[in-house]
Design a protein around this ligand. Sequence first.
Ligand SMILES: Cc1ncc(COP(=O)(O)O)c(C=O)c1O
Length: 497
Amino acid sequence: MTTLASIPEGFGLETEVINTTARDRAVERCRQVGIRLPTFAELADPPAADSALAGIDPDAADAANLWRVNWFNDASRAGRAAVPEYVVIPPALSGVESPIIMLLGNRFPMIGAHKVLAAYSCLAPRLVTGQFDPTENRAVWPSTGNYARGGIAISKIMGCRGVAVLPEGMSAERFEWLDRWTSDPSDVIRTPGSESNVKEIYDACAALAEDEANVILNQFCEYGNYLGHVIATAAAIERVFEHYTEGHSSARLAGFVAASGSSGTLGAGDPIKERHGSATAVVEALECPTLLYNGYGEHNIQGIGDKHVPLIHNVANTDVVVAVSDRATDELGVLYSSAEGRALLAQRGVGDDVIAHLDDLGLSSICNLLASAKMAAALDCGSDDVIVTIATDGAALYGSERAKTVATDFGGEFGSAEAAAVAGRWLDGVDTDHLLQLSDRDRDRVFNLGYFTWVEQQGVDLDHFDARRDQAFWVALRDLVPVWDELIADFNARTGV
Ligand SMILES: Cc1ncc(COP(=O)(O)O)c(C=O)c1O
């Protein structure tokens, strides 16, 4: 049986303070800047009323904003919501009978994306166990953009150096944000390529790791990322689904769908499946179908990387792999944002309330929506079968990408004829192409593919790699959470904040 004691060393998994000096310095820093750290339990269930948040701009580098690193922010992002914000995508938009519930990640503070949760979940355990000294260390955040932004935001709050490592081809909006939040240009490292060039990010991190002052918080293999979603995202989904069932008593949670960048978000699928018997689908770009076809390639569904299987992906508990084309997400991004596109959607019966939420959908959110519809079609889901997915970030981060798509795909003009063509291409008739319901053999194939990245390339111990086949490994990981929460409580007691 896998127990906490058999969990591998490293990967942020320590259960006690391993460097008291570093921990004490972190305590002192947090006392100086007024940081009280939320526990994982509080990420899942934050205090309903929090007077410390009053008057604090959700986009400021303010210690109080750590208490907004959760799903319970209202539409203004300043107030607490009793139920996480969500939109139910109706058949008129999805093309399937099943309601598709999307939780809205752009309500998160500072970066307008849920990846600040992953950044916090990776850093907090390291901080309280003395693995990160904010007075000496630089926090290195490898990412395709949003995780790095989340990490930089938290680093800034803590008054420590943070380094964003991301491909040079990511959206201009990500880089503009990083310019505003960093003061030293060397704190933003642009690696070659675009979205799916994750190996180049690892190489940059390996070079940075030669300097002991750099602590690499590698979200692709950091189990804090997985656990943050197991605890906080799963709890948010539960709360939303409970809220939905108040008006739809026969609803059943049939599926959870998440595109995989680091596979952190997918972690929420594990407890959800235990409680609801839902199937979990992982989504990737058709232009880079690594899990589906062992494929590779460039794509523009920013945030969902690929060309590798993240170490924290619980492949053996994944039921479906589905690929979505970046042509669909790019073109629908334009349709959803344009007046002509919205007019067309209204004609097709999409309500104003849903249209108003289209600004909440960034490219990977649209990808998740399309994949959810494919999943519903493949599983023969009906109107009581709810698919839950995540809108990781909003449309605001992709204005520059939409301008490119209008130029390249539509000759610089997007009017009603173009809107009709896009709807005909991507909204009419949901298909189940490029979707695989995984057999045990398929799961093994996908799992085994990870060997080449993690064991051969990144030097992960083979026993550790293989232990992840067993669900007991993933369940045992959850035992870390109460241990970390106690350490966080002890840390807060020491700061006295
Ligand atoms: C916009 C966007 N969508 C999806 C993802 C994938 O989420 P995860 O890394 O939890 O798999 C990311 C990750 O950075 C992202 O930034």
